[in-house]
Design a protein. Structure first.
Length: 90
């Protein structure tokens, strides 16, 4: 192999390496953007989950209140039923 052939081979290798490095640099930029978007999406998901957790706790609280109200209504209905039984018995 002559010196010119070696130089030509080294030049081609250098150009190929430079091209590969540019592609790698571009891919790294895209990866950084994707990671940033993923981070933002993750943050939004965490915020949504926290809001849903708050909503669930509020629904549980309201269900308890509804249960208490149903028990109160049942007590009222029972006392009215006893009064009706007494009235009908007289």
């Amino acid at each position: 192999m002559t010196i010119d052939e070696r130089i030509q081979f080294l030049l081609q290798s250098t150009e190929s390496l430079h091209s590969n490095m540019q592609e790698l640099h571009g891919s790294m930029g895209q990866l950084r953007e994707s990671m940033q978007q993923l981070g933002e999406s993750s943050k939004q998901l965490q915020e949504t989950a926290a809001k849903q957790g708050d909503s669930i706790q509020e629904l549980i609280r309201l269900a308890r209140i509804d249960g208490e109200n149903i028990n109160r209504l049942a007590t009222i209905a029972e006392s009215h039923s006893e009064r009706l039984d007494r009235v009908e018995g007289e």
